[in-house]
Design a protein around this ligand. Structure first.
Ligand code: SF4
Length: 254
């Protein structure tokens, strides 16, 4: 996080945010990113977990400013294919990712007391693991920002159908949240990847539309919801990790 000061966030005015969302409604993803980078500079962070939408974001952002802040949450349980695409992107665009890792003082006690696979035992145990490996690191990086960018699309799942392009993320500190790809289709994403020869995660070629941690992600069958491969052993209503908890103006999710 390059020593940036922690944000002194004042929750933005909802009326202003709704107006900004309308103002940016017709902006392309590239235009919205340029606007965000002009407005917030290094107080804007771009999230990437290296799924298809995220590699598009990396391509767009790096083409605007290769020094823009792009962060990733390295949970310690990612697929090797995810590390591989991270490295290919790093070399291709000559960029550095901000790699945010879990705190040892939180992770070590959980591993010692509950073992390496506690997430399979209950929803609470899974949420504890997600909190330590994802949520706490996310809060740490967002505390250095006034705005963040995600690769959420409205067509990704039923929980994302009303995702705006500009919103407030109240649960994550009341900062702005931009979803430049909200109005993109899956075809738009893949056409961009192919047209621009963007490196992508090879797991997408093996039936993984949504890629998270290795033990908690699996391939899906044709016709299943794209997030059906995440935490597949749980009731579908509990399957968000909290990274994109519902904010007061949207239902944006990762
Ligand atoms: S997705 Fe699984 S391994 Fe990754 S943080 Fe959540 S529970 Fe832990």
């Amino acid at each position: 996080m390059s020593g940036l000061a922690m944000a002194q966030n004042k929750i933005p005015d909802f009326t202003e945010v709704i107006a900004l969302d309308r103002e940016q409604a017709d902006a392309t993803a590239d235009e919205l990113l340029r606007w965000g980078l002009d407005r917030w500079g290094d107080r804007l962070v771009v999230a990437s977990s290296f799924g298809a939408e995220d590699v598009v974001l990396v391509d767009l952002v790096a083409s605007i400013d290769r020094n823009a802040r792009i962060f990733t949450l390295d949970t310690g349980r990612l697929h090797q294919e995810t590390y591989d695409v991270m490295e290919r992107l790093r070399r291709r665009y000559d960029i550095k990712f901000e790699v945010v890792t879990p705190r040892t003082e939180l992770l070590q006690p959980m591993l010692q007391e509950k073992g390496p696979n506690s997430f399979y035992e209950s929803v609470d145990a899974r949420k504890e693991c997600c909190n330590i490996r994802k949520m706490e690191p996310l809060r740490r990086v967002l505390a250095t920002a006034d705005a963040w960018v995600t690769g959420i699309r409205r067509g990704q799942s039923v929980t994302r159908t009303d995702a705006p392009r500009v919103t407030i993320d109240v649960p994550n500190g009341g900062i702005y949240k931009l979803n430049p790809l909200a109005n993109w289709s899956e075809d738009d994403v893949w056409n961009h990847i192919r047209d621009n020869d963007v490196p992508y995660n090879s797991l997408h070629d093996c039936g993984f539309p949504s890629i998270g941690c290795t033990p908690c992600t699996r391939a899906i069958k044709p016709g299943e919801d794209v997030r059906a491969g995440r935490w597949w052993w749980e009731d579908p209503t509990s399957r968000e990790c909290g990274l994109h908890a519902r904010a007061s103006t949207d239902s944006a999710n990762l």
